[in-house]
Structures are given as structure tokens and as C-alpha cells.
Ligand binder design. Structure first.
Ligand code: ZN
Length: 238
């Protein structure tokens, strides 16, 4: 029975929902994020806000929420030419992958998370990767996660579990998971404070949160929100 976890927590909707999942399940939870000079560095500010609100408004989770780790991974921005790290338009590459794909990113994240988990005595690494709704990023696939779990466990001679609560669900179900884990108050937190938009837009406020409303990440978030809302009858308050 595992009792401790390290969550890859970027401050987006998915990783915030994964954090709530971990806080509901494990006794001690720590968080980690990476600065790889991403264009949407506003996400990194969002994550601090999310952590602060979690600590202030969710006492049961707060008691379990431990240290936050932030690692500089600027070297990743140096080796990759992608629209997430450079001022480039979003497009599809000849490989069939969007140019938001940063090759090796999740592999590096998981390797460093594994090293940190080893040092901090954390047994499970929780990550919000998903095969269902995404653009087919190969480093988000279930097979990649299982291979990384094996590589890390063998390479460190210590059993590490990689847990992916969102792997087989779509964005609407991710909103529903937030609701199930933390109720309306937590859904509000996700809407208000998590960040998804590729362009880092925090000016335009929609029902589903802040964002430009047009980039692929915003579209996905909005579509999920609509699916979630239409699946749940609205309570009309008189
Ligand atoms: Zn956007």
C-alpha cells in the first residue's frame, strides 16, 4: 500500500485535478514543476496561486500537502524548436504531430521526478498525461509511461509507480473528476486559478476560465467544459 506521492504539477487544469486525486488518496504529497522557458510561463505563476488557495481553503488536503519543488530546465528550451518555447505559430508538422510537441520533455520530467522521488522517499509519481483527448503526443502514451516506470524502477533499483489518473478519460470527465474529488469549491478553484491557454492569456475570462479562446488548448478546455455541463443538469437557484 503506497502512502506517498510526487505530483507533476504545472498549474494547468489536468495537473491540478491530479493533485486533488493524490491529496485524496495519499498521506503525504509533494509537487514538482519545471521551468523550460515555456511561452506560457504564466502557468508557473498560476501553480503558486493554486497551491496557496488549496492550503487556505481545503484543510484536509492542506495537512497532506508537503514541499513544492521547482527545477530549472532551461536547457530543454535550448534544444527544441517548438511553438511552446519560441514565438512561432501553431501548426502541424510533417510527422503528423503538432509543433507544440517538445521532444523528450516528459521523459526528462519523469527522470528528474524519479530522482527527486528517490531522494524524498516518495513511492508514486502522479502525472496528468492522457491518450484520450490529446494530439497524440507520443510521450503521453500509456506504453511510454509503463516503459518509464520500468526504466526508473530498474535504473534506481527501487520500485517507483507512475500513476496516470487521466489516461483514459476526456476533458469533460476531467472536469467531473474535479467535481467528485472536491465539489463545487474545487471546480471553482480550477476555473479561476488554473491556466491552460498556450498564449498565456489571462485577460479574457470565460465560463471555463481564462484564455484566448482560440488556441488548441483553450478549445479543448472549452469543449470539455461544455460536455461536463451538458452531462450535469443545472441547479436553478431561486
Ligand atoms: Zn488560448
Amino acid at each position: 500500500m503506497h502512502t506517498t506521492a510526487l505530483v507533476l504539477f504545472s498549474g494547468g487544469q489536468d495537473s491540478t485535478t491530479c493533485l486533488a486525486h493524490a491529496l485524496s488518496k495519499y498521506q503525504r504529497v509533494e509537487t514538482i514543476a519545471f521551468d523550460y522557458r515555456q511561452r506560457h510561463s504564466v502557468e508557473l505563476q498560476a501553480r503558486l496561486k493554486v497551491l496557496a488557495v488549496l492550503r487556505a481553503q481545503f484543510p484536509t488536503w492542506s495537512a497532506r500537502l508537503g514541499q513544492d519543488h521547482f527545477l530549472d530546465l532551461g536547457v530543454l528550451g535550448k534544444v527544441s524548436e517548438t511553438s511552446l518555447t519560441r514565438e512561432m505559430a501553431f501548426s502541424m508538422e510533417q510527422t503528423g504531430l503538432p509543433n507544440t510537441f517538445v521532444p523528450g520533455r516528459n521523459l526528462m520530467f519523469l527522470t528528474l521526478a524519479g530522482a527527486l522521488a528517490y531522494r524524498r522517499g516518495l513511492e508514486v509519481i502522479v502525472t496528468g498525461v492522457c491518450e484520450t483527448d490529446y494530439s497524440g503526443y507520443p510521450d503521453c502514451r500509456d506504453d511510454t509511461m509503463k516503459a518509464m516506470q520500468l526504466a526508473l524502477s530498474l535504473g534506481m533499483d527501487k520500485r517507483l509507480v507512475i500513476e496516470t489518473p487521466l489516461m483514459w478519460i476526456d476533458k469533460a470527465a476531467t472536469w467531473q473528476m474535479a467535481q467528485d474529488l472536491g465539489g463545487e469549491r474545487f471546480v471553482k478553484l480550477v476555473v479561476e486559478h488554473t491556466h491552460t491557454c498556450y498564449l498565456g492569456d489571462r485577460e479574457h475570462r470565460h465560463e471555463w476560465g481564462y484564455g484566448c479562446g482560440a488556441c488548441p488548448a483553450c478549445e479543448l478546455r472549452e469543449r470539455g467544459w461544455r460536455g461536463y455541463k451538458s452531462a450535469r443538469p443545472q441547479v436553478i437557484q431561486s
